[in-house]
Ligand binder design. Structure first.
Ligand code: ADP
Ligand code: ASP
Ligand code: MG
Length: 426
């Protein structure tokens, strides 16, 4: 007998037929003698719809009320799956985030899980029932509902798996594993049998949305065995413990011969670029820009400060001035602009220019630690296609560039070929 967490994403839960097929898959694991907790997402498109309502109601919505609205999608699917399981004679019950409870901090809209009370889940296992848990939601001190950031059901699943010491956390989605890049963009992407926690963490953080970044960080920390697999294989497909999905593993579990220089390429269209022109080129300026953003809980990603030129806009005739460009999550753009405008006097910038038509393209691989030339291959390849690079950032195992959004697919495709990642033509 194994204890497993099965997580089903939005496409897998999109409609009653799909939910029935999920129920059948859960039943198979139960019939095999396993203890099962299921974590579910909202139906595909539902969270976007709910987010849209909030934005329509007010672009500067209260994040606490946003969480009340957007957590609703998972409430519906958890109840529906419990009904579908009961209908095929599998004892099941839903437990909402506040009922367990799944306790989080108060960072509304991107809360972190602090603790999960497992007593109720243990009772459920002891009674031979399946616990259905809505992903993405929790409850903060003060009894207010929180959500964990977009894609957060993955994190709920890993956190539940860690809390109940599950043998496995199976993430069922609409692709059958983690690929060298988004298989919807590059049909010649290759499925990876294994990927290290570290690389998956980096890939996720730069936009490979197949797993939420925090879920990978948590899995790494808590040593949860995470497997990514498809919920769209037919009912006679092998059981999950023998399915050829992608296993997230420690670096020591990957053989030397399996190692590639580049593991994957990711893209992210959810960033917005902000440029502040003519800020004084003097100590403290950059801090005066990023402090109000940090205070508003907005994460700044790529940053470039241009070479100093003419004089600053704040009338300080002796100081030279510079432009500072950086990216923030597109969802935080309105709040970023507001925070910067409020701090305008302290910063002393000329104009605030913003652009959401940008995409970040990243290549990731632990192999680049010991190999030079990864970045130059990237720049040469993009340059040869006339793709202009607007910003660059790097880490030990990643190089990212910011380009025009319209060039995303071309950039990902040519880089995939340039790093030798294309699958053999079928
Ligand atoms: P779910 O609703 O199941 O959580 P998501 O839409 O969040 O599913 O994540 C699955 C999607 O991630 C796939 O449909 C695919 O388009 C995308 N994706 C991006 N990068 C990758 C990658 N490297 N490997 C696999 N899928 C990827
Ligand atoms: N439904 C939420 C979202 O769309 C959480 C998830 O699906 O993981 O972001
Ligand atoms: Mg997801």
């Amino acid at each position: 007998m194994a204890r497993i967490v099965m997580k089903f994403g939005g496409t897998s839960m999109a409609g009653i037929e799909r939910i029935r097929s999920v129920a059948a898959r859960v039943k198979r694991e139960v019939a095999a003698g396993n203890q099962v907790a299921v974590v579910v997402s909202a139906m595909a498109g539902e969270t976007d719809r709910l987010v849209g309502f909030c934005r329509e109601a007010s672009p500067l919505y209260d994040a606490r009320e946003y969480d009340v609205v957007v957590s609703a999608g998972e409430q519906i699917t958890s109840g529906l799956l419990a009904i579908a399981l009961q209908a095929i004679d599998v004892p099941a019950r839903s437990f909402l985030g506040w009922q367990l409870p799944i306790c989080t901090d108060t960072a509304f809209a991107k809360a972190r899980i602090d603790t999960i009370d497992t007593a109720t889940l243990e009772e459920s296992f002891a009674a031979g029932a399946v616990a259905v848990i809505p992903g993405f939601q929790g409850v903060a001190p003060g009894q207010r509902i929180t959500t964990l950031g977009r894609g957060g059901s993955d994190t709920s699943a890993v956190a539940v798996a860690a809390a109940i010491r599950a043998d496995r956390c199976d993430i069922y989605t609409d692709v059958d594993g983690v690929y060298t890049t988004d298989p919807r963009i590059v049909p010649r992407a290759r499925k990876l049998a294994k990927v290290t926690y570290e690389e998956m963490l980096e890939l996720a953080s730069v936009g490979a949305k197949v797993l939420q970044t925090r879920s990978v960080g948590l899995a790494m920390k808590e040593k949860v065995r995470v497997q990514v697999l498809s919920s769209f294989t037919d009912a006679d497909a092998p059981m999950a413990d023998t399915l050829p999905g992608t296993m997230i593993v420690g670096e020591e579990e990957i053989e030397e011969v399996e190692r590639q220089l580049i593991t994957g390429i990711a893209h992210d269209k959810n960033e917005a670029k902000i440029t502040l022109t003519r800020v004084p080129d003097q100590p403290g300026t950059v801090a005066s820009i990023f402090e109000p953003l940090a205070a508003a809980n907005i994460n700044v990603d790529m940053i470039i400060q241009n070479i100093a030129h003419q004089s600053a806009s704040n009338g300080a005739s002796s100081t030279s001035a510079t432009d500072v460009t950086f990216t923030v999550p597109a969802a935080d753009l309105a709040r970023s602009i507001e925070a910067l405008n409020q701090a305008r006097e302290a910063i002393g910038f000329g104009e605030l220019i913003h652009d959401t038509r940008v995409a970040k393209i990243s290549v990731v691989g632990v192999g680049m630690r010991s190999h030079a030339g990864v970045a130059s291959t990237m720049f040469t390849t993009l340059g040869a296609r006339g793709i202009n690079i607007q910003a660059i950032s790097t880490s030990e195992i990643k190089v990212s560039v910011l380009i025009h959004e319209d060039e995303t697919e071309l950039a990902v495709r040519v880089l995939h070929t340039a790093y030798g990642l294309d699958a053999e033509a079928a």
